[in-house]
Write a protein that binds this ligand. Sequence first.
Ligand code: NAD
Length: 315
Amino acid sequence: MSQTRWRIVFAEPFAEQAVSQMREIGDIRELTRCDESYLMEAVADCDALLVRTASRVTRRVLEAAPRLRVIGRGGVGLDNVDLDAARERGVTVVYTPGTATDAVADLTFGLMLSLVWDLRGCDAGVRDERFAAVRAAVRPRELSALTLGIVGLGRIGQAVARRAAHGFGMRVLYNDLVDPGPLDFPATPVDKDRVFAESDIVSLHVPLTEATRGLVREAALARFKPGAFLINTSRGAVVDGHALDRALRSGRLGGAGLDVFDPEPLPADHPLLSAPNTVFTPHVGARTALAQARINGVVEDVIRVLRGLAALYPA
Ligand code: NAD
């Protein structure tokens, strides 16, 4: 009896081991581009599509894929897949929740500590023979004396809050749409305005949705405590980059640590790139060996769905 060989498209790079696993059950095509028109052509006869962050699986892409059964999103945010269109077409979407939680939480503290200690300025001072002058400046803040405000107390938000409360002795405020249930760290639920107004550092951990797109723009920034820091490791479009740039240049905000941008990468002439008191990382929140190994594991769920089994991590 001949066994079905699935047609599988990897729209973005995955680990060789993940590709090999899929090669055992199907014919593989690995794309070098993932813009919409290219994707539409590539999915025409495919059964499974594997994407990461860059591909946008729009309704048009889904309509161009009559055989598609399953989309494997290696990673956490699902904002790049049109989930309604997938549902309507009976396409299962699987992803890898929780795989980068500790990595993103660690990076969040990397950004916070970098701002609080001005590590960029300190590093430059040591290299530029301004050792004594930079040392002489007294840092105005220590984390243990600060209030951290978290928007989105899900997996990553909780990992950040736990580190903040237990590791750094910070006071933690949070806002979420749902009650997170019993927490193993002290934290106070408040509305978003209070998070903005009472926090020395605001850290964003929401998914990108219609409700969170542009959540931090001019009006929200005007409510921030003067001199507060903003950390964004969620999605770039949750923050209005131009409004943030103005708040930093006016001194209204004390600094910003960003791992995500809108668009990614920012064009070279984007004002934010030269705004004061910033530290940027190129969307590396999930780029640790451990997180990547887990993210590549999405292929196992894709194989389950192709074999007619229930998905372990459906969207
Ligand atoms: P999660 O689903 O566990 O948590 C998200 C939380 O946000 C939920 O508790 C949800 O109720 C809450 N939320 C949703 N809309 C909200 C709103 N309007 N106001 C307040 N709260 C709201 O997800 P997670 O695993 O914690 O990941 C969060 C986000 O982090 C992902 O969606 C992704 O965009 C981003 N992320 C970034 C990286 C990176 O490399 N920087 C890596 C992984 C995840």
